[in-house]
Design a protein around this ligand. Structure first.
Ligand SMILES: [Zn+2]
Length: 306
């Protein structure tokens, strides 16, 4: 896996405001790239975090075309005709002679530490209510922490941040192979062994697209939401992109009996992550005690790591 190789070329195709059921508006960015044909996404909190490739002026384009692809400042409203100026909010974008967006404090977020999660698609965990992994919970937690000012010891994003959403299901092996790996897990393998038995790498993900997308969004200093120490170096791309902090994401089930995912599968999954993939979690991992372990899972007993 390349960590410092050449970056893919990414192009933000469209951006749109999405009102959410739980919190602030977010801006969904869809990206094309020169490495694959998948529709990778950036879920951006903050109207002023701007994609350089989306906002760059294009030859002979109209203001209407800019608004339709989402390259506008402020807020759209019925009858608005100019993308680059929002008179209601007193905002105006400026561009250099090449049509590149000028970064100005009033209109465009720059150079501040930004809370970021690089998230890999997980259909089962995010859509099909799977309790085999904690992807859905981590995705929700990332959005919540970006929206919040603070939660306990963790300084939130106060409404500014990015979740880069990469279409690499099942650590990059795809959904079909992931389902086969689940059957191997039901036959006794752990997540790493199952991938290896199917002739896949334990982790086939590539985060270079994530780096390219963050750079396109003008993010320079990342506070990375992850328990995975490897991800810190995978996000770095000096001199444009630096990871200045790793913000751990403690599973909710460790601190609450009601919230989070409580299943023997998830605890086996987290244990594998910690023991075999080097994930650093700050709280002791307490797995099921004997009283609430299903008969089929009696090999999983109380287990603590420091
Ligand atoms: Zn998952």
């Amino acid at each position: 896996m390349d960590t410092q190789g050449s970056l893919p070329i990414v192009q933000c195709v469209a951006r749109a405001r999405i009102p959410t059921t739980t919190g602030p508006d977010i801006f969904l960015h869809l990206y094309a790239n020169d490495r694959d044909n998948k529709e990778h996404l950036a879920i951006v909190f903050g109207e002023d975090i701007r994609s350089r490739s989306l906002f760059k002026r294009r030859k002979n384009e109209t203001q209407q075309e800019r608004m339709v692809r989402g390259a506008y400042v402020g807020k759209l409203f019925p009858g608005r005709t100019v993308a680059d100026v929002d008179e209601n909010l007193g905002l105006e974008l400026q561009f250099d002679n090449d049509g590149e967006l000028r970064v100005e404090e009033k209109t465009t977020w720059a150079k501040k530490d930004t809370l970021v999660r690089i998230h890999s698609e997980c259909y089962t965990g995010e859509t099909a209510w799977s309790a085999r992994c904690d992807c859905g919970e981590q995705f929700d937690r990332a959005g919540k922490l970006i929206a919040l000012d603070r939660e306990g010891d963790i300084v939130g994003g106060s409404g500014r941040g990015v979740i880069v959403y990469l279409r690499q299901e099942g650590r990059g092996i795809g959904l079909g192979e992931k389902l086969k790996a689940y059957n191997l897990q039901d036959l006794g393998a752990d997540t790493v062994q199952a991938n290896l038995m199917l002739q896949h790498p334990a982790d086939g993900r590539d985060f270079s697209l994530g780096r390219a997308i963050l750079i396109d969004l003008g993010i320079e200093r990342v506070r990375l939401l992850t328990n995975n120490p490897d991800k810190v170096s995978q996000v770095e791309h000096p001199p444009q992109l630096h990871c200045v902090e790793r913000v751990p994401m403690i599973p909710l089930s460790w601190t609450s009996d009601e919230d989070g995912i409580h299943s023997s599968e998830i605890e086996g999954y987290l244990r594998t992550k910690i023991e075999r993939m080097g994930h650093l979690l700050q709280k002791p991992l307490k797995l099921h005690t004997m009283e609430n372990v299903p008969a089929s899972s009696t090999t999983i007993t109380t287990h603590t790591i420091i």
